[in-house]
Design a protein around this ligand. Sequence first.
Ligand code: ARG
Length: 289
Amino acid sequence: MRVLMCPWTFPKVEWSINPHMNLANQPDPEKARLEWHMLLDCYLQLGIKVELLAQAPDLYDMVYTANAGWGKKGVFLLSNFKHKERKKETPHYKQWFMSHGFRVIKAKGCFEGQGDLITTNSAYLLGYGTRTSPHFITELKQVFSFGKPIISLELIDPAFYHLDTCLFSWKPMNIIMYYPGAFSDEALLKLKQLPLTRIEVTREEALAFVCNSVYHEKTALLGGASERLLELFRNMGCLTTTISSTEDVATLFTYLKRDRDTSMVISLPVPTELMKGGGSYRCCSLFLD
Ligand code: ARG
């Protein structure tokens, strides 16, 4: 497993392109650095290979690499960002993917990468309506041959403007965790038909960006999970543990007896600084394979 991250060298809210971004509420540079490093440390401890792409000084949203695009089998479809503020990130991603052996294609319609295209065991889920275009499904099918259906889901709440802000798929567990209020009725019906376990989160839980979480095999790293959610995962047979600071990461992994079959939820702190840009841990991670 490999993930592309962008060290958060220039934490700043310079524009507001989602309801969470407020120019009067700037990230604290030291807290921002620790928050980002905690995620990096977790990935390294989990044995994930982390690739790094330097942040351009004036591209303040570049830390959210999940939006760079979406790839499959050596082909990388570069996003076509909705907002001009993020369009300038594309040449940086293009350069990185080309120099790492990918065949790079640029999306024609509006598309925001892994933020809006999520994989489950039975289908791919494409969020549209807030960022990615409603018609993008056609273009996607022309670029990739998907071995399973792509289901498009309309997002209706500006606070949950990317699919990964309101839906988390933990594939090896065949679980999705999602906030129903972010979806149209039709999208909810489509979600109900998927053959998997569904966990619904409340608006309050969703606003802590718990759906913007990540996993590696049977270990999930949940940001800002409520006690209710942790209890729910315990009832499903998962072990749960909590990390509150970067120092905890090394300690935890030293003592943790992890084996591939144990499902585990590691609860990470609410990422207050990343949230000022409207994202959390998932947004900072572009999974490469
Ligand atoms: N400020 C960024 C934007 O509005 C945040 C992106 C969050 N990324 C994500 N995958 N949800 O585009």
